[in-house]
Design a protein around this ligand. Structure first.
Ligand code: UN1
Length: 513
């Protein structure tokens, strides 16, 4: 059977030793239980890492806090230069890392490459930003006084990321945190630990080549118990967490309890509204890629199609016929559109969701099912499914991380479609397909979509790194990546300087001694 060059990719990423039980980079600190990583692609063992114990964690924090002292006094443009070098290394290793992402997580190789491209893009963005960490200057109300604000680094930033974007989400956080002068401690998903070590190795190479401490970049391994060491740690002023709403609520509570800050990127329940003026061809591409891309495991995946009754049958038929052409199989084979989902637990959740939608009165229009036989030995390949449903169904209100698309019908005006679209607990991404200017603008207006991302004539997934990424309501409210998301990684200080020999008080207060 074709191995698609996996062995050579692992070697290029410095992961060979780990297969034999040892590890490199800061993961040297990790000495706990073995975590094995099995590929959902073929069910084979990829490698092993060791979990981080309490004692290991103490060493990591020691390395991080000490590295912060060096890093915070390194001028921001020089920090940008390091991130530039990191971006260059990613360019060199793009194919190898993209392949590992595909093999360990199960997304298509094309999407694996796309994910590494997001890392490269955020590095470029961060390099530019490293000379633009601007604050404002203000006019003082007192004579001979100057007022301004400046941004200082926060310190240690904790990053908790999910399996579905095992490398890019870390890069969005870490590239910005680094140029801001912060150091990072990263806990990747325990479902994709090899991706974590691969990134750590690349970063460690860059820091070593520049004589900088590796503690600027730290990796910890394990499940929620390891994440909890960070959420409880008062030395970590910011925890950036991506994952389920359930996880986010626990993290938020814990970190708020010590008045720390969180940046939360949680569940979505993203919809595309298809209006009477939609371009059908564009709608089908946007909806199908949105629903089955990454096997429905993006937080921006399209979960609901809200279709005007006048278009309903036409859109339904076009989407169903596109589904019939989908090829499901090894994601490293570029002929396939859809790879496996992450593991057998995810398969169970997928099956449960399909059972539930039927039990609640839904109508399956594209049958689901778990694939068996040659090429599907891992047991993680499922058929993308479509069900006609009602927005009020409990299962439709819930984010199932699998390729299941719900068709919902609306009649009348765009307001009715928006009631459905906004009528869920999550608020990440949303889209409208229309050539009607009034509808498009209404969708984007204050009365429109309540999501952090609202697109016109584009699907819900595949956001560019240049914009702030995140959502409202149960999505958690955080914004990462582009725009001014960097400000979350810094503390703002307001400075007033008196260059006279008098000490006038603000607000005109007289205090004569
Ligand atoms: C995620 O699923 O956690 O917008 C991130 C997108 C990608 C990022 C998704 N750029 O689909």
């Amino acid at each position: 059977a074709a191995t698609f060059g996996i062995e050579s990719a692992l070697k290029q990423l410095g992961l060979k030793d780990i297969n034999e039980g040892t590890s490199t980079g800061s993961t040297n600190f990790s000495s706990g239980d073995i975590i094995e990583s099995y590929s959902p692609v073929d069910g084979k063992l990829i490698g092993k890492v060791k979990a981080t114990t309490k004692e290991d964690y103490a060493k990591v924090m020691q390395a991080a806090t000490s590295a912060f002292k060096t890093w915070r006094t390194t001028p921001a443009p020089l920090r940008g230069e390091i991130v530039r070098q990191f971006g260059d290394k990613l360019r060199e290793k793009k194919e190898a890392l993209g392949k590992l992402v595909s093999y360990e997580m199960g997304k298509s190789y094309q999407e694996g490459l796309g994910e590494v491209q997001e890392m490269i893009d955020i590095c470029d963005f961060a390099v530019g930003l490293s000379r633009q960490l601007h604050g404002l200057t203000m006019h003082s109300e007192r004579p001979g006084h100057r007022m301004y604000e400046q941004y200082h680094p926060l310190g240690v930033v904790g990053i908790i990321s999910a399996f579905n974007f095992p490398v890019a989400v870390w890069a969005w956080n870490t590239a910005l945190a680094w140029i801001c002068g912060d150091v990072c401690v990263w806990k990747p998903s325990e479902k994709t630990p090899m991706c974590g070590v691969a990134c750590q190795n690349i970063a460690a190479e860059v820091f070593a080549a520049n004589g900088l401490p590796e503690g600027i970049c730290n990796l910890i391994n394990g499940d929620y118990a390891v994440g909890e060491m960070m959420t409880k740690d008062t030395r970590i002023p910011l925890i950036s967490a991506t994952g389920s709403t359930r996880m986010g609520k626990i993290v938020a509570k814990e970190v708020a309890g010590r008045l720390g800050n969180t940046l939360l990127e949680l569940g979505g329940n993203n919809a595309i509204i298809v209006t009477p003026d939609a371009d059908i061809k564009m709608t089908v591409i946007g909806a199908v890629f949105g629903a089955v891309g990454t096997a429905g495991q993006r937080c921006t995946s399209t979960r609901r199609l809200i279709i005007h009754e006048s278009m309903y049958d036409k859109v339904k038929d076009a989407v169903v016929s596109a589904y019939n052409q989908l090829r499901i199989g090894n994601p490293l084979d570029e002929n396939n559109h859809v790879g496996p989902i992450i593991d057998k637990d995810a398969v169970k959740m997928y099956q449960n969701a399909l059972e539930k939608v039927v039990a609640e009165g839904g109508n399956i229009v594209v049958e689901g099912g778990v694939l068996e036989g040659e090429g599907y030995e891992s047991g993680c390949y499922v058929k993308p499914a479509i069900a006609e449903a009602e927005n009020s169904f409990e299962i439709v209100q819930h984010e199932t991380f699998a390729p299941i698309l719900y068709l919902l019908k609306y009649s009348g005006t765009i307001e009715n479609a928006l009631d459905i679209q906004n009528g869920v607990a999550q608020g990440l991404s949303s889209a409208i397909m229309t050539n009607n200017l009034r509808e498009a603008e209404h969708f984007l207006s204050v009365q429109g979509s309540d999501c952090g991302i609202a697109n016109v004539n584009i699907g819900t997934s595949g956001a560019e790194i240049g914009g702030a990424f995140g959502g409202e309501k149960e999505t958690g409210g955080g914004r990462e990546s582009g725009s001014d998301a960097w400000k979350v990684y810094m503390r703002r200080q307001t400075n007033t300087i008196n260059y006279t020999t008098e000490l006038p008080l603000a607000q005109g207060i007289k205090f004569n001694l």
